[in-house]
Design a protein around this ligand. Structure first.
Ligand SMILES: Cc1cc2nc3c(=O)[nH]c(=O)nc-3n(C[C@H](O)[C@H](O)[C@H](O)COP(=O)(O)OP(=O)(O)OC[C@H]3O[C@@H](n4cnc5c(N)ncnc54)[C@H](O)[C@@H]3O)c2cc1C
Length: 825
């Protein structure tokens, strides 16, 4: 009996681990049955009955026709009944985009060799020259205080420079006069601008993201492309894209804005057109746009275009000079000054060929939007967040070295070091994710799930980092003015969180919700066979997907358990992985199997209700996200040639993410609705308890040191950002003070010792440098160096102040103006 039980366990573990086909299981079951019958001395009748049962079961499981008729067709019938119908907009969202390494992570068996064989994304010489030339110059032209406070906009010469140099046409191919940049270059430009001026970055990023340019490229008619793309590329048109309405924010597919197909007069001729009414808000560049990409629902009550009365969401290009189009008013999004505002129109008549793609694309707007969303979402907000965090790493690190309290640079006080180390390590992981995701876009992917992961986690980490940065700066970060380089970033952090899919929705609905269908190897096939196929075709496809799905669950369950009891010792690693990072690949492989298994068990236990169990699906999405972030970090370490100096950043970031993934799994298990199953799942996933711990303090110390020390590691960590050279600049002077502080540290040490030994007696109103020089304890050269450092330091810690009635007169005038306008209205 013991032999039999051991045999069963061995077969389940070995066959399950290797995912062997059903025939092998059948043969093994037959062998075990034969063994049992021999040792248990069954009677002849029992043997015959057991043998018959075995033969029938083996035939049903191994003969596809029998299996379909007796098993999978029945499951298919139940599946069809319980599978909720999808709306067209849901279908469009599911069908949009592609899957990439997310599918590997979802399979429970990431193909590391394939990932590491993917070439490291690189900029072309032309793209690098653009970054070193026009982008550097644009950064130098931007003074954030002047932009945000005095102009409340980019100054006209900056706008003109942006247009003239083609910044608005980075994604437009060269044949139309655009820059034709790769996604990586597009991302590098936005990142560099973000390290200098969020207003410039956003103004450049929006026309290159989802909007007229992108939609025209994919769906425009030749005539539309030839007319608009060269104009957009040269900045002769300023585009915006208007989808959001007061009644439809996150649920954008429910926009109430509408158009009615009708006849009307256009440029003196009677043409078939549409009369469109809309009321949009939050539209970036809307107040200054010349070309409005407009989304509305198109109706054809008189059947002028087709028999369908409700054609669906439609996207059109509307010149804002068209009579009846109202633009110009602006919002003040947390006092950020990039152009953003409402726009509207009532019964505005426009010809049908304003529809992007022409009349045959009427009603296909949602499909078009979903199809184009991923590329922009993979770049704009993740990238601008990385830019912000690079600037934080560099400048907060510098400030923490320049600013002293308790006779110590604040960066060396453990509490501050903790926050600084976090910023530095997040920065490494975020940049790794930026590059890998942009690289995926350059490989031709439209990564629907990965772009959501990048958007959500990069913006959240930027918010966490800017909070840490504000804490490090203390009052210096709070008081706005020309000498405050962090406060605006802090104010603006929630903007990135809210736009392009507000983060709560992105986390809870998109990452796991779309991932579970798109990235799962079998779910989409099962759904399609159930909903889109009929008869024998559906039966064959479902049978194949369903039986493979069962094998997949079994394999992941066994692997999860085996990896759990062996501390991931047998989990796959890439053939050429570095010794120092091998174990991290193993842990990701382990958690990937656990995640895949848990995902299937959650779908089994909760079915369609999982969609509404957003706390569970959000946590599952977190696990997938952490595994992706770790994968990107490990790939960067390889792509950059395994630089040992950067290892602390890799170690902190990976350990932090693995810990977060574990906590998310724990959260799923603790809240799993079927308690008995939750217990079994916990034994399988964590058979020896939860193994991951948060990063060590010593590692955090090493990360903070990188931000506090000048050198190659700091340069690499903040590579691609704008570093102002002159001391007239708010961050330029910070860099100079940083260098001077470090150069003077030996002199400061001399002064400290001199005070301690009583060689200098501090005197009120006289600085230590002068006293030391008087006693000839430091040379004239050292004194000059020390004086310069002190002057720079004093400038850096300076906080702006303003006249007591500052801004009041302007505010009163503005309010009075508004009141007059409201009364007039
Ligand atoms: C500065 C700025 C610039 C913008 N630029 C543009 C632009 O250029 N063009 C454009 O068309 N739009 C633009 N938007 C609109 C932006 O995309 C929307 O703000 C966003 O989609 C969220 O809509 P909402 O603000 O109405 O929030 P709501 O939809 O009211 O959502 C409120 C909260 O509920 C959450 N939520 C909603 N549904 C769910 C759900 N099912 N599950 C879980 N949580 C959910 C959201 O995550 C959010 O946290 C911009 C917005 C801002 C603030």
């Amino acid at each position: 009996m013991i032999g039999f039980v051991l045999g069963v366990i061995a077969i389940v573990l070995i066959f399950g681990y290797f995912g062997l086909p059903i025939l092998w299981w059948t043969l093994a079951a037959g062998a075990l049955g034969w063994y049992l019958s021999a040792v248990a001395n069954f009677s002849f009748t029992t043997n015959v009955v057991l043998g018959a049962v075995f033969v029938v079961a083996a035939a049903i499981l191994n003969i596809p026709l029998l299996r379909r008729k007796l098993l999978s067709d029945r499951v298919l019938a139940i599946y069809r009944r319980i599978l909720p119908d999808m709306t067209q907009t849901e279908k469009d969202a599911i069908d949009a985009g592609t899957v990439w390494f997310d599918a590997d992570l979802f399979s429970g068996k990431p193909d590391w060799d394939k990932l590491l064989a993917t070439p490291a994304p690189r900029l072309s010489a032309e793209e690098q020259a653009f970054l070193d030339g026009p982008v550097e110059e644009l950064c130098a032209m931007c003074n954030d205080w002047e932009i945000t406070h005095e102009h409340q906009d980019l100054p006209p010469h900056v706008w003109q420079y942006i247009k003239d140099k083609g910044f608005l046409g980075m994604i437009i191919p060269k044949q139309y006069g655009g820059l034709g940049f790769s996604a990586l270059a597009h991302s590098a430009v936005v990142m560099k601008l973000s390290t200098r001026s969020s207003t410039a970055a956003i103004s450049v990023m929006v026309p290159n993201s989802l909007g007229p340019g992108e939609l025209l490229l994919h769906y425009g008619t030749e005539q539309q492309k030839n007319h608009y793309l060269p104009r957009l590329a040269k900045g002769l048109e300023v585009p915006c894209f208007a989808l959001t309405s007061p009644e439809a924010g996150s649920d954008a597919a429910s926009i109430p804005d509408f158009g009615i197909v009708c006849r009307g007069t256009w440029q003196g001729r009677e043409v078939l057109g549409m009369r469109v009414t809309w009321d949009k808000r939050y539209i970036t560049l809307g107040p200054v746009a010349s070309l409005l990409g407009l989304a509305f629902r198109l109706y054809d009550p008189d059947g002028l275009l087709s028999e369908k009365k409700d054609l669906g969401i439609t996207c059109a290009l509307v010149p804002t000079s068209t009579p009846g189009v109202n633009i110009g008013r602006r919002h003040l999004p947390l006092n950020a000054v990039f152009q953003n505002g409402p726009n509207s129109g009532k019964d505005v008549f426009m010809p049908l060929d304003w529809i992007i793609g022409g009349p045959e694309y009427a009603g296909k707007g949602w499909m078009m939007l979903m199809g184009c969303l991923a590329a922009g979402r993979a770049i704009s907000l993740p990238t601008s967040s990385v830019g912000g965090v690079k600037a934080l790493t560099r400048f907060t690190g510098a400030y923490a070295r320049v600013r002293s309290q308790f006779k110590t640079p604040i960066g060396k006080l453990e509490g501050v070091e903790e926050a600084l180390g976090r910023i530095a390590a997040h920065c490494y992981m975020m940049d790794a994710t930026r590059v890998m995701t942009a690289g995926a876009v350059d490989l031709g992917e439209k990564p629907a799930v990965l772009s959501a992961i990048a958007k959500y986690h990069m913006t959240e980490r930027a918010r966490a980092c800017v909070n840490d940065g504000m804490d490090i700066l203390g009052g210096k970060g709070i008081c706005l003015g020309p000498n405050n380089w962090i406060g605006r970033g802090y104010q603006m952090a929630p903007i990135a969180i809210t736009v392009e899919g507000a983060n709560i929705l992105t986390r809870t609905l998109i990452i796991f919700g779309q991932g579970a269908i798109r990235c799962h190897p079998y779910v989409l096939r099962e759904m399609r066979s159930a909903k889109e196929m009929q008869g024998a075709e559906a039966s064959r496809e479902f049978d194949d997907a369903f039986t493979s799905h069962i094998g997949h669950v079994l394999r992941n369950a066994v692997r999860t358990f085996v990896y759990g009891i062996t501390n991931s010792a047998f989990a796959p690693v890439p053939a050429n992985a570095a010794r120092e990072t091998r174990h991290y690949y193993r842990h990701v492989s382990r958690l990937s199997a656990a995640f895949a298994f848990l995902a299937d068990m959650s779908m089994l236990a909760m079915g369609g209700a999982l969609k509404r169990k957003e706390k569970i699906s959000g946590r599952l999405g977190d696990v997938l996200s952490m595994l992706y972030l770790v994968s990107a970090t490990l790939k960067r370490y390889e792509d950059q040639g395994r630089i040992r100096e950067d290892l602390p950043l890799v170690r902190w970031a990976v350990r932090d993410a693995l810990y977060r993934a574990q906590q998310a799994i724990d959260g799923v298990l603790s809240n799993f609705p079927v308690k008995a199953l939750a217990t079994i799942l916990r034994w399988t996933v964590f058979p020896l308890g939860m193994p991951y711990r948060p990063p060590l303090d010593s590692r955090n110390h090493e990360c903070a040191k990188i931000a506090l020390e000048p050198g190659a590691a700091r340069e690499r960590l903040t590579a691609g950002m704008y570093v102002p050279k002159g001391e007239a600049d708010v961050t330029g002077i910070l860099e100079a003070a940083f260098t001077a502080t470090i150069a003077c540290e030996p002199i400061d040490e001399k002064l400290r010792k001199a005070v301690k030994k009583g060689k200098i007696v501090p005197r009120p109103g006289v600085d230590l440098g002068t006293l030391a020089r008087e006693k000839d304890l430091i040379s004239a050269e050292e004194h000059a160096l020390w004086n310069r450092k002190e002057a720079l330091r004093k400038h850096v810690i300076k906080v702006d102040d303003f006249p007591q009635d500052y801004g009041r007169a302007e505010a009163v005038a503005a309010l009075e103006g508004e009141t007059v306008k409201m009364k007039a209205a």
